[in-house]
Design a protein around this ligand. Structure first.
Ligand code: PRF
Ligand code: ZN
Length: 376
């Protein structure tokens, strides 16, 4: 159940009540694709850096270790020892971005596993069954994410199919939630809006799925190659047609600035691999822009990654030491950068919530972006 606590212009401050606890929104979900945050980050670490929700992927866990293994181990929460909310993405997007040869049919998608090439079929029912086995807090509907340059006719047909798939997801989820041996019988379902960069298709689709009374609504198919301005234009057009009394989730977004702009347009949930992926490459986020620790100017820099940061890396270690670890390919180097980056994102979300509470979101956003753009 979502409670809208406050609105500051279009920015929403809310709470999503789940069987695994309450999520304060706006929130950034920390990405652990294969039930692990890349960079040797444990679930104890996640608790220490302010993580509210972890995100994993249906497709990856189905391929390895297999959702039957996770189910037999009591579900993802027990398996990875994380008792707070988990959102699982449906597999749709990952099949399109990762899998080899694939064929899209009305019943679902035929594709080859990116691990061993084995033939797999996934449709809305299979995706719901796998996510029910994983027993995540929130399951995502099975969708198709058309390319940002797809032609209008292709997008129209694809969105119509995604809508039919959504009805099948809803029906299957209701059936699974009523079975006696389902681990999480109160699993939530979020629908996904698509329509590439065609505003009218987006709006029609948003209106259509808004009537299905789902637990939340995602906007998919963005941050797939279009410009930031195009993404903001689609958000401006689409979000007003999604229910304000349900959470809105912008999938796979983005940079700190993208998140600040998304919140400004009414988005509650975000996820992105940037903080983890960039951290593993020695790129760290700060209030004064992004630093590349491989830069020679940090060789003798005794300062923490960010002055005043309370993350596990900045409380002890210098830029010079972390730079050395990265150059020596020591795992600790990556780990510290990832912890700092996730802490930076999670802390920014807490600042965003405070700013909306205090009705000074515009001012906060303007200042934060200006500071990050100004650099060191
Ligand atoms: N659909 C799904 N997952 C996603 C996306 C999508 O369109 C995106 C697009 N940015 C990221 N993750 N199911
Ligand atoms: Zn830090």
């Amino acid at each position: 159940m979502y409670r809208l606590l406050k609105q500051d212009k279009k920015a929403k401050r809310g709470e999503l009540h789940t069987v695994h606890g309450v999520i304060q929104t706006p929130v950034f979900m920390n990405v652990g694709t294969a039930a692990a945050i890349k960079g040797a980050v444990s679930t104890e670490d996640l608790n220490a850096i302010g993580t509210q929700v972890e995100l994993s992927n249906t497709y990856h866990l189905h391929v390895r270790p297999g959702d039957d293994v996770v189910y037999k181990m009591g579900g993802l929460h027990k398996f990875m020892v994380w008792d707070k909310p988990i959102l699982t993405d449906s597999g749709g997007f990952q099949v399109f971005s990762l899998a080899g040869l694939r064929k899209i049919k009305e019943e679902g998608v035929y594709f080859n596993s990116h691990i061993d090439g084995r033939k797999i079929f996934m449709g809305p029912e299979q995706s719901m069954q796998i996510q029910s086995h994983l027993a995540s807090t929130i399951a995502m509907a099975f969708d198709e994410c058309p390319s940002s340059v797809a032609e209008r006719k292709y997008v129209e047909d694809s969105v119509a199919r995604t809508t039919r798939w959504l009805s099948r997801c809803k029906e299957e989820m209701a059936r699974l939630n009523s079975l006696p041996d389902t681990i999480n019988p109160r699993q939530m379902l979020f629908g996904i809006n698509q329509g590439a960069i065609f505003e009218d298709i987006r709006i029609d689709h948003a209106k259509e799925i808004a009537g299905l009374d789902l637990d939340g609504y995602a906007i998919g198919g963005l941050a797939v190659g279009e410009s930031h301005e195009e993404m903001y234009r689609i958000l401006d057009a689409t979000v007003p047609h999604l229910p304000v009394d349900k959470p809105t989730y912008l999938m796979g977004v983005g940079t700190p600035e993208n998140i600040l702009e998304g919140v400004d347009r009414g988005v509650d949930f975000f996820d992105c691999v940037y903080p983890t992926r960039n951290g593993r490459h020695g790129h760290v986020y700060t209030n004064h822009g992004k630093l590349n620790l491989f830069n020679a100017k940090y060789e003798l820099d005794p300062r923490p990654l960010e002055e005043g940061c309370q993350c596990p890396a900045c409380r002890r270690y210098s830029r010079a030491y972390i730079r050395h670890l990265l150059k020596a390919k020591e795992m600790l180097g990556m780990r510290l950068c990832v912890l700092h980056n996730l802490y930076f994102y999670n802390t920014m979300m807490a600042e965003i919530r405070d700013a909306i509470d205090a009705e000074r979101y515009q001012e906060y956003k303007r200042e934060k972006i200006a500071r990050m753009r100004a650099g060191e």
